[in-house]
Design a protein around this ligand. Structure first.
Ligand code: ADP
Length: 219
């Protein structure tokens, strides 16, 4: 096992990055680092950071590279990231990918998984997505917890994310194509990219990612 298992998961919004990262983090005992979750938690806590980014998040735009790079740098200083991390939603621009190489140094990104899902499917998934504000559980709009507005797991409020409204979805997917899709070439040119079909059952997606990790002798 390498000293650090740093895995980057790329894919359009709604491709299933969060779901897969949660599972893989447990399997490999490394933290799931989601910059979106960190930023949303700051907004919810109404911290100085939260107040700074709230409007940007609601509009579905990207917060500044400097800000997220500092957040991720600080996150990697926490002891639980000593063995690596599953990066979800970071890097999202070339500047962030370059900063990540600097932050991780020699023992850098070991694999970049591209979760491939057609645009029609992610649009449908995002429009019907509902989330628990307390525990982060994801529901469909047709699930009981979504209809009742109360999470069956923790009793928290189940809501639709502001950025899962149609205008914001469109903007986020455009931003992905413009700013994040170029990262595929960045990791491909380093021999680190593996593409996985995200349009299959969650267990099958997890299995395909784990196969790629094992084939490379990473775990
Ligand atoms: P999604 O990928 O579904 O848009 P995330 O939870 O990953 O959702 O991110 C939510 C929002 O947080 C983004 O729309 C953006 O405003 C902000 N954000 C998250 N990660 C980054 C990042 N690496 N760079 C800039 N903004 C980010």
């Amino acid at each position: 096992m390498p000293a650090r298992l740093n895995l980057v998961v790329l894919g359009k919004q709604g491709a299933g990055k969060g779901t897969q990262c949660k599972r893989l983090a447990e399997t490999y005992s490394i933290p799931h680092v989601s910059t979106g979750d960190i930023l949303r938690a700051a907004v919810k806590a109404d911290s100085a950071l939260g107040r700074e980014v709230a409007a940007v998040l609601e509009a579905g735009a990207l917060v500044s590279d400097d800000l997220v790079i500092k957040l991720v740098e600080a996150r990697f200083e926490e002891p639980d990231a000593a063995r690596g991390a599953l990066l979800d939603g970071f890097p999202r621009t070339l500047a962030q990918a370059e900063a990540l190489e600097r932050i991780l140094g020699d023992d850098g990104v070991k694999l970049c998984v591209d979760l491939e899902v057609p645009i029609e499917l992610v649009t449908a998934r995002l429009s019907s997505r509902r989330v628990c504000q307390e525990c982060g559980s994801i529901y469909r709009d047709t699930d009981i917890s979504a209809i009742s507005g109360t999470c069956e797991k923790c009793g928290g409020d189940v809501i639709q994310r502001a950025d899962d409204q149609p205008d914001a979805i469109h903007k986020r997917l455009e931003t992905y194509e413009r700013d994040t899709a170029p990262l595929l070439e960045f990791y491909k040119s380093r021999g680190l990219l593996v593409s996985v079909n995200g349009d299959q059952a969650p267990d099958e997606v997890t299995g395909a990612i784990m196969t790629a990790v094992h084939e490379r002798g990473l775990a």
